[in-house]
Design a protein. Sequence first.
Length: 369
Amino acid sequence: MDGTDLLTIGAFARAARLSPKALRLYDELGLLPPARVDPVTGYRLYAPRQLERARLVAWLRRLGMPLARIRRVCEAPDPGAAAQEVRAFWAEVEADVAARRELATFLIDHLAWKEPLMTSTTRSARPLEIRYAALSDTGRVRPGNQDTAYADSRLLAVADGFGPGGAPASAAAVDALKRLDGLDSEGVPAGSLLNVLEDAVEQAGRAVRGVAAADPSTADVGTTLTALLWTGSQLALVHIGDSRAYLLRDGGFFQITHDHTLVQSMIDDGRLTPEEAASHPQRSLLARALGTDVAAVPELRLRDARAGDRYLLCSDGLSTVVPLAEVRQVVSTVADPEQAVREFVDRANRSGGPDNVSCVVADVLETSG
């Protein structure tokens, strides 16, 4: 290359709208090495053709993308793969903002209207309890079951593992929450309970990463996690990924979690309709999960419990296979939780059972005593 067509670092910085300091950093990181370094002066010299990459790096930095992630974009094998990296990053950003918005909404509501303690004054006139059942099934296609479904008098949970170590990953995540069974949550400040939950989710994430660390072949392991911790008067929700929680209350049937997927972020932005999302080739691509290198920011919320409420937690092996109208019908008409979870698994398998299917059904009841 003829050195006459090279740009000094100052000229190149002005053309790329970057500072010389930034260019030196990108050189050190291997993101944007100069075309030539003068052997006498040590000056960095850049080729005009490098401007496109420099501008791309600058744009990605304006998005707030970490330098390590920018490297992945720049090293992508083709423009389509690079675009996919940017799309996945932005889905994570939007999911994080959505989670923070939900937490802010909760805190505003809690500080403005809620009592600071979950004491007897905030409970139902009569004590409440839950009746529950959990079931997990391999389905008709998968060779093994990577889901975990769990229910007891304090904890309801569904986790959907993925990757070569998906089964131990989902089990590790739920096991981390089981340690909350001994928590005396009555009379605990709501904010403190959320902190306890956040710590438990962090432990769950470490447990999942521990599964990956124990075996190099499971490096891409991870899991979703949707769980409800019963406090006697409230339910504390933990949610990350695309497993779901639904509530049947006073005849209304509501999804109370938000899918952390790329496709859902596209729906939220108006770039995709729910009907289009159902057949989108990337509908299973997660924006958030435990144990991956994705910034795992879970939803943490408290929900008041009412006698007569029914909760359904399920993996996507149910929600993407059995039509919502059928799910609602079973939730509304099958009174016994044990019979309901069996009916859900049967319907998923009758529809081909393409995935593992797991569900938990729990009813909130007034105690008979």
